[in-house]
Design a protein around this ligand. Structure first.
Ligand code: UD1
Length: 417
C-alpha cells in the first residue's frame, strides 16, 4: 500500500502549474474511438485514470502512443469486443466506452463501471438516452449489452443534468441518423471541451455549455488535434491549499471563470486572493469569516471541491455549513477531519462546522479521491505529521501531487509500506 506522509505547518510559496482536466480527458480518450483516422490529444494528465483508459483502448486494438502529456491514438484498428470488469471497475469513466462504441459499431458489451463510492451513482439516464436513440439494453451477470440496428436522432430530456449522461448521449448520437436534442443537459466546461473535440472531428454539435444541446448526425468523423482544458478541480484544490498555507502561492494555467463559485466564496470569507487572466496568487490568513455552501451543478459550487473546502472551515471563527446536494455519500472525509481536531456534526446531507479548530497530524484514510485531497489540505496546515493511507485514490486524479507540493516547500513524501 502507498501512503503519503506530510509534516504540516509550513508555508508554501512559488508556483504550481495546473494540469489538463481529468474529467475531460477521461471522456476524450474513449471518444477517440469515433474517428476513422489518428487523433492527437494534448495536455492529458498523467494519472492512473488516464493510464487505465489508454490500456482499455490498447486492449480493444487501438494503437496508443503516449509521450508525456500527449496521446496519439490510431482507432482504425479497433475491434469491438467485450470489455471485462478488470478494466471497467477501475474507474467511473469506463462508461464512456458505451457511448463511443455504440456510436461507432452500434453494439457494445461492457461490465459495470467502478469509481469512487460517493453514492449509488446509477446510469439509468445514460441507458434511457441510448434507448431513445433506438438501442436495446440487456443486462446479464453484471454486464451490459447495448445493441442497435441503427441509431436515430431523438429528443432526450434528462431528469437530472448529469455530466456523464450528457457526454455519453453526445458520443452515441454524433454518428446517428438525423437530429438529437438533449434537454436539461449538464453545462460543465468539460462538456464544452468534449463537444469541441467532436466538432473538430467533423461532428455537428451546437449549444454545449447551455441546457439544450443539438446534434445533427454525420456519416463519419476524422481524426484531429485537440487540447484538454485546465483542470478546474485541481486548480480549486490548490487554491484552497493556498488559503490555508500560501505565502504568495501562484496557481497558473487556469481559467478563472471556471472556479468562480470557489473564488467568490473565498472573497466572501475575507481571503487574500488576486485573480489574473490565467493565474491567481493567494496568501493564507489565520482567520476567516464563517460561510455556508451548497453544492450545485455548474456554475454552482462544485461537489468535487466541497471536500477540500471543508478543511478551510477549521479557520473560520464561528458556525459554517455545507449542504451536499449531488452525491449522498460524499461526507466520508468528515470522520477523518474530526480525528485531526475539527468540530463537525452531520445530519443527512448537511454538515455543520464550528471553528476555529487547531488541526493535529495523525493517521487518516483517503476513502475516495476528493476525500483524499481534503486530507492532504488538512495535513499541510496541521501541526505534526499526518499519514494518509489508501492514497491510490488521490493518485487517480491529481497529476504529480507530491512533486507539485514539494516544489513549493511542502514536506511531503509518497512511501510504499
Ligand atoms: C461527474 C464527474 C464527477 C463529478 C460529477 C458531478 C466524471 C468522470 N466524474 O460524475 O467528478 O463529481 O460529475 O459534477 O466526469 N445520476 C442518476 N442517473 C444517471 C446519472 C446520474 O441518477 O444516469 C445522478 C447521480 O447519482 C448524481 C447526479 O445524478 O446524484 C449527478 O451525477 P453525474 O453528473 O452523472 O456525475 P458523474 O458523471 O458520475
Amino acid at each position: 500500500m502507498k501512503v503519503i506522509k506530510i509534516e504540516g505547518n509550513h508555508d508554501l510559496s512559488g508556483t504550481i502549474k495546473i494540469s489538463g482536466a481529468k474529467n475531460s480527458s477521461v471522456a476524450l480518450l474513449p471518444a477517440s474511438i469515433l474517428a476513422d483516422t489518428d487523433v492527437t490529444i494534448c495536455n492529458v494528465p498523467e494519472i492512473t485514470d488516464t493510464d487505465v483508459l489508454c490500456e482499455m483502448l490498447d486492449f480493444l486494438g487501438a494503437d496508443v502512443r503516449r509521450a508525456s502529456e500527449s496521446v496519439v491514438i490510431t482507432p482504425s484498428t479497433i475491434e469491438n469486443k467485450f470489455i471485462p470488469e478488470k478494466y471497467s471497475k477501475k474507474l467511473r469513466a469506463s462508461y464512456y466506452f458505451m457511448g463511443a462504441l455504440l456510436g461507432k459499431f452500434k453494439h457494445v458489451e461492457i461490465s459495470l463501471p467502478g469509481g469512487c463510492s460517493i453514492g449509488a451513482r446509477p446510469i439509468n439516464l445514460h441507458l434511457k438516452g441510448f434507448e431513445s436513440l433506438g438501442a436495446t439494453i440487456t443486462t446479464e451477470n453484471d454486464k451490459y449489452i447495448v445493441d442497435a440496428k441503427e441509431l436515430k436522432g431523438a429528443n432526450i430530456y434528462l431528469d437530472i443534468a448529469s455530466v456523464g449522461a450528457t457526454i455519453n448521449i453526445m458520443l452515441a448520437s454524433v454518428l446517428a441518423k438525423g437530429k438529437t436534442t438533449i434537454e436539461n443537459a449538464a453545462k460543465e466546461p468539460e462538456i464544452v471541451n468534449v463537444a469541441t473535440f467532436l466538432n473538430n472531428m467533423g461532428a455537428k454539435i451546437t449549444g454545449a455549455g447551455t441546457s439544450q444541446i443539438r446534434i445533427t448526425g454525420v456519416e463519419k468523423l476524422n481524426g484531429c488535434y485537440h487540447e484538454v482544458i485546465p483542470d478546474r478541480i485541481e486548480a480549486g484544490t490548490y487554491t484552497i491549499i493556498g488559503a490555508l498555507t500560501g505565502d504568495n502561492l501562484k496557481i497558473y494555467n487556469i481559467i478563472p471563470e471556471h472556479i468562480e463559485a470557489l473564488t467568490s466564496k473565498l472573497e466572501e470569507m475575507g481571503a487574500d486572493i488576486e485573480i489574473g487572466s490565467d493565474y491567481l496568487v493567494i496568501n493564507k490568513k489565520n482567520e476567516y469569516k464563517p460561510v455556508n455552501i451548497k453544492t450545485l451543478v455548474y456554475p454552482g459550487f462544485p461537489t468535487d471541491l466541497q471536500q477540500p473546502f471543508s478543511v478551510l472551515l477549521s479557520k473560520c471563527n464561528g458556525k459554517s455549513t455545507i449542504e451536499e446536494t449531488i452525491f449522498e455519500n460524499r461526507f466520508m472525509h468528515l470522520p477523518e477531519l474530526k480525528k485531526m481536531g475539527m468540530n463537525i456534526s452531520k445530519e443527512g446531507m448537511k454538515a455543520t462546522f464550528i471553528g476555529p479548530n487547531k488541526l493535529i497530524g495523525t493517521e487518516v484514510n483517503a476513502t475516495d479521491l476528493r476525500a483524499g485531497a481534503s486530507l492532504v489540505a488538512a495535513a499541510l496546515t496541521a501541526e505534526g505529521t499526518t499519514i494518509i493511507t489508501n492514497t491510490e485514490h488521490i493518485l487517480r486524479g491529481y497529476e504529480g501531487i507530491v512533486e507539485k507540493l514539494e516544489d513549493v516547500g511542502a514536506k511531503i513524501t509518497l512511501e510504499e509500506i
